[in-house]
Write a protein that binds this ligand. Structure first.
Ligand SMILES: Cc1cc2nc3c(=O)[nH]c(=O)nc-3n(C[C@H](O)[C@H](O)[C@H](O)COP(=O)(O)O)c2cc1C
Length: 184
């Protein structure tokens, strides 16, 4: 959860996703990044030298551990100044520790197993045509990390915390992605 606003639009969609995924039998672990204390990547580079994990041990450590075990990763964020929130970007930078030391040339670049799924829940105040391609810029990096299947759930024109809950189309889009992932 990359929004600091509990009960807001990103949170509503994330909870909606998790409730429906649980109905499909998914085991779910949630983290609210705004309640955690951590730094972004400091480029110590130990994860490419003598360690196979991030040298920083902080509140993000259990999050990274959980991600390494997860088949499906859901990242929920509002658009803040044309991008994901700062707290989510700091966390994403720490995903650098999932890359193997020779990742620039290695065929398999990730320490994580392949075949994983990424869901990005994106909410924004501006209209639909803005920030359509926000996740595209992250797509290749997540692909290299093993999240080859990527899904986008977007809600636009939402500013008040209850706006998403009042729009059945956004909730339905979320349902459809859950059902696609867990249909088997
Ligand atoms: C600091 C800040 C920056 C924002 N920047 C943008 C922006 O650049 N584009 C946009 O469409 N909405 C922007 N918004 C609006 C939020 O994306 C929108 O209200 C969203 O629904 C908030 O998500 P939440 O309810 O999960 O907190 C911004 C809101 C805040 C608080």
């Amino acid at each position: 959860m990359g929004s600091p606003r509990r009960g807001g639009n990103s949170d509503t969609l994330a909870q909606h996703f998790c409730e429906r995924a649980a109905q499909h039998g998914a085991e779910i672990e949630q983290f609210a990044l705004s309640e955690l204390s951590y730094n972004g990547c400091q480029n110590h580079f130990r994860c490419k030298q003598d360690l196979s994990h991030c040298v920083q041990q902080d509140d993000l450590t259990p999050v990274l551990d959980a991600i390494s075990q997860a088949q499906v990763l859901v990242l929920a964020s509002p658009v803040y100044f044309t991008n994901v929130t700062g707290i989510l970007k700091l966390a994403i930078d720490r995903f650098f520790s999932f890359f193997v030391p020779d990742y620039p040339t290695a065929e398999k670049k990730s320490r994580l197993s392949s075949g994983r799924q990424l869901v990005f829940i994106q909410t924004q105040g501006e209209p639909e045509e803005r920030y359509r391609d926000l996740m595209d810029s992250y797509s290749a990096s997540f692909n290299y990390l093993g999240f080859e299947q990527q899904h986008l759930v977007r809600a636009w024109g939402v500013r008040e915390p209850s706006d998403v809950a009042a729009n059945v189309d956004f909730l339905k889009e979320c349902d459809d992605v859950v059902d696609e992932i867990y249909r088997d």
